[in-house]
Every structure is written in C-alpha cells, then in structure tokens.
Design a protein around this ligand. Structure first.
Ligand code: SAH
Ligand code: ZN
Ligand code: ZN
Ligand code: ZN
Ligand code: ZN
Length: 496
C-alpha cells in the first residue's frame, strides 16, 4: 500500500490522534502516527501506523497495520534501523566539539560541505576526499546561511525568511514585550535573536530552537537547541531535553514566552495543531496559579489556503494579512521587478490589533475589523469584514451574499459565483473548486488549474477581530469532508 500521501489533507486519509496510553510504534522520527483511510459512508477504513514526519516512503518507509502482529525479528531490525539513523554525535558531544572549534585559529576553522559539519583537526583524514571551506566567526553565527537548505519537497524543504520577514517578526515580538521566543522550525529567527543580543543595544531575548534538522546541534548549546519533531511532539534526547523545553516554558524569570512556528508546507495540520496545543498545555501548567493567562501566545506561519483547516483545529487563532516571504523559494521572494506575492500568512492567537503591519509596505488599519490589512483588502459593509484572502480586491455578490474573487462571475445555472469559463453543471459538495468555483470537481481535478495562478497578486485575510479565547486551544474534529484537498494541491502546484 502506498502511504506516500499519508496526509490528512490530500488523499482522504485522516490522522487519528493518540489517546490514552496506547503506544504507537516508533520509526527513526519518533512515535509514528495512526492513519485511517476515509471511506464512503459509515464503512470504517483499516488503520495503519506510518511516519509522522515523512510523506514520502522513500524517506521513511515505516508501515504497520494497527492490528498487525509484529515478529520479534522485525522489532529488532526496526530498533537497529532507528539506532542507525541517530545523529553521529550526541548534543553534548556537539557542544564540546563547538567549544574546541571556536578556540581554533582562524585558518584552521574548516567546514565540510559534503557532510555539512564543522571539522576539528582530528577529522581531516576521514574527510580527506571531501570539499572543505574556511569559516569565519561571522559565518558561525549564521548557521542558516552556512548550512545547505534541505530540499526534500515532500517533507523537509527548508525555506528561509528574507531579512524583511525575519526582522518584521523579531521587531513585532520584541515590541510586544516577549523575551523568550520558542522557535519551532525557525532557525533563522533564532539566529537573528542571538545577533541582536550581541549588538547590546536592546534588552536581551532568549530563544530555544526546536527542529528536526540536527545539523543545528553543532552550533547551539543545550539550552538553545532541542532535536524535535513537531508532527508528533517528540523531543529526541530523552528526559534531559524535555526538561530544557519545560524550563524554557516556565517563564521562571517572569519573562513572557511566545512560540513562532514555520512548519513545512503541505499538510498534517491536525497533528501540528495538536503539538502546539500540547506545548501550550505544558506552558499553562507551569504558570503561577494566580496567573490569568489562558493560552500561550503563538504564531504559526502557513499558506492561506489552510485557513479553514487551521481555524477548525485552533478556533482562537486568526489569519493576518502579512505576507511572509522567503529567500530561497522561487515563488515567494522579491523579484527583480518588484516583489512577488507570497501566499504564506501568520496565524496567531495574539490580538490582531497588536500586530502592527508596516504602513510603508502597503498595510493599513481597519478600525472595524480591528486588524491591519493589505491596502487592496477593502472593507465590505455588507459582509462587515475585509474579505480578501489572496491580496486582490474582492467584490461583493449579492446573490451569493458574500465577497468573491474579482475574476469570478455569478453563474445562474450553478447558482453561485465561479470563473466565467468554469465547467458548468450541478454539484454535490457544499464547497466547490477553489480555483474556478465549479462544484463538479475539486481543485485537484480542475481543468483550468494551470491557467489561473494566484501568485500574481497581493493578499489578505478574514475580518472580525477575535480576542484570545478561553476555550481550549485545540479543538479536534471528526471526519472532515470539505475542501482541504484542493488547498493542499494548490500548495503543491505552487511549490513546483
Ligand atoms: N522560515 C524558517 C525556516 C522554515 S523551513 C526560517 O527561516 O527560520 C521549515 C523548518 O522546519 C526547517 O528548519 C526544518 O528543518 C524544520 N522541520 C521540518 N520538518 C520538521 C519536523 N517534522 N519537526 C521539526 N522541525 C521540522
Ligand atoms: Zn519516519
Ligand atoms: Zn461582501
Ligand atoms: Zn455569486
Ligand atoms: Zn456554472
């Protein structure tokens, strides 16, 4: 069976979150997730365990039926496989190597390009046939620029923030008085925080990077980096590492904590939401009893097509209009002819009026929605919100009683708005094709898919300000039928 699409969004496969003490078997990426194929009607799909982090079997081929009996021999082989995928050094060893490296004279500071490791003189022999480069102290402080970004599209693509976006995030958080930043999959933000501290001009901030890319363990101390999988909330390195995370969340010195996560795009919203919610729960337990705070402040960076899915899981979140862009993403970076449009947004439970979006980049404050919006996102008096998601100016359709994309027209026979050249006809589903509006197919099967790209314009979000809610952060939902597939597919189309 092919589980390469073991993604809650694209192939009708649902993730069943762990309940009780039933332990899932582990792959090299920590405990696996339980998946269930969603079948028509009430029929129950057979459940299986597969890797939480890798969507491609080529990267991790763990597979086990939920009710399968696994032989002793296979368990041993599995254990050996998991062992063999461990990082070459423990974090403690990396730390002591880093101290030695830092004390080397400049001309002996070498980095192996092939292995992506800092080399000590004793390592030269083993790397004799590899490509070395000299490393400056400045480069040591910018590991995200030194390390080659992982490029695996399906699970581990690393897209690094532009200066613009990383400074915006940092300035916003600092301005809000946050002093401890939990960087989940945001190595560039972490390094910017450390560089800012070095400047000595500001009150210092602390940061802890949680990332599955253990190459970062070479550069950071034990209280600065934890090898972590955000799809199963697994902290590698046992109790000692979990302790580092707990200590960071405890705000012991009264300093406000915030989390910023930038997960790989393309799915598994539910387990991500679950992990973030577990982080929030840990944080809440560590709060002093008289504290009135409910949810840990968080920012989750993700494409706007996932808005319905994210809000379904985390109802206290709201999507902001700010467009996050990336240095090494062909579609989401500034072009020579001006910046291209990025579909990536901030989802947060911080009150949106506090997240000031830069005026000089074309954002303005909507006093009715009480949030900053992109300039083309005009407030609609009928909808009572600033409706645009994709950066274009949307228009109100009185028949549909909502605002729609500017390129859509009301179709009498379909009874709703769609692209003028949509395949016309009767539809079953409530939500149609995200691309052309037709109810006959999903975006995946849209015949017009490649003719209407969304990245030509700037974007926007949902109206109405929501305050940080007192509801539990995570709201698990049962089976979900509607439209996430097309958003995932749209994302896939964009990432090519
Ligand atoms: N924009 C960010 C990088 C985002 S790329 C920045 O500039 O700092 C996604 C990040 O998530 C990468 O650092 C990647 O290593 C990490 N990542 C990918 N899969 C992960 C997983 N399962 N658990 C934890 N981190 C993961
Ligand atoms: Zn795995
Ligand atoms: Zn409207
Ligand atoms: Zn209409
Ligand atoms: Zn029609």
């Amino acid at each position: 069976m092919d589980v390469s699409g073991a993604n809650d969004d694209s192939f009708g496969i649902e993730v069943i979150l762990p309940e009780g003490d039933k332990k899932a078997p582990s792959c090299p990426h920590g405990p696996t997730l339980l998946f269930e194929k969603v079948c028509k009607g009430d029929e129950k799909g057979r459940r299986f365990y597969a890797c939480s982090a890798c969507r491609d079997r080529k990267d991790c081929n763990f597979f086990q039926w939920e009710d399968e009996k696994v032989s002793e021999a296979r368990l041993l082989a599995r254990e050996a496989e998991n062992q063999s995928k461990r990082p070459p050094f423990t974090h403690k060893e990396y730390c002591s190597r880093f101290r030695k490296f830092a004390s080397l004279p400049v001309d002996e500071k070498k980095f192996c390009q092939d292995c992506q490791t800092l080399l000590l003189p004793g390592d030269y022999d083993t790397h004799a046939s590899h490509k070395f480069t000299a490393i400056t102290v400045a480069q040591l402080r910018r590991p995200s620029a030194l390390l080659r970004p992982l490029e695996n599209k399906k699970s581990n693509a690393q897209y690094l923030f532009t200066e613009r976006s990383s400074h915006f995030l940092l300035d916003t958080l600092a301005g809000q008085g946050y002093r401890n930043v939990l960087c989940v999959g945001t190595p560039r933000l972490q390094e910017l925080i450390k560089l800012r501290n070095l400047e000595g001009k500001h009150e210092p901030m602390k940061s802890l990077l949680l990332d599955i890319d253990f190459r970062y363990a070479q550069f950071y101390g034990k209280d600065e980096f934890c090898h972590y999988n955000m799809f199963n909330h697994h902290v590698f390195g046992g109790e000692a590492s979990s302790g580092v995370l707990r200590a960071f969340l405890s705000e012991s010195d009264g300093e406000k904590v915030v989390m910023v996560a930038d997960p790989p795009f393309g799915g598994l919203v539910k387990p991500l939401a679950n992990s973030f919610s577990l982080i929030s729960q840990t944080w809440r337990k560590l709060q002093s009893p008289d504290s009135s705070s409910v949810d840990m402040p968080m920012m989750w960076i993700f494409p706007y097509f996932f808005e319905p899915r994210i809000l379904e899981c985390l109802p206290s979140f709201i999507m902001l209009d700010y467009q996050v862009d990336y240095d090494n993403h062909p579609l989401y970076k500034h072009g020579k002819t001006g910046r291209k449009q990025s579909p990536v947004r901030l989802f947060t439970n911080i009150p949106p009026r506090d997240v000031v979006l830069p005026k000089d980049e074309g954002y303005r404050f909507c006093s009715i929605c009480e949030r900053y919006v992109w300039s083309l996102n005009k407030h609609c008096a009928k909808c009572n919100l600033c409706p645009s998601k994709d950066g274009r100016e949307w228009k109100h359709c009185s028949a549909c009683e909502k605002c729609v994309k500017p390129s859509w027209k009301h179709c009498q026979s379909c009874g709703h708005c769609a692209l003028p050249d949509h395949p016309c006809g009767q539809g079953q589903g409530k939500e149609g094709c995200f691309n052309c509006g037709s109810l006959k197919h999903k975006r995946k099967g849209c015949p017009l898919k490649d003719t209407h790209r969304i990245n030509k314009y700037r974007s926007n979000a949902k109206g109405g300000s929501k305050n940080v809610s007192h509801r539990p952060l995570f709201k698990p939902k049962g089976k979900r039928k509607s439209g996430a597939a097309r958003r995932a597919k749209k994302m896939a189309a964009l990432s090519t």
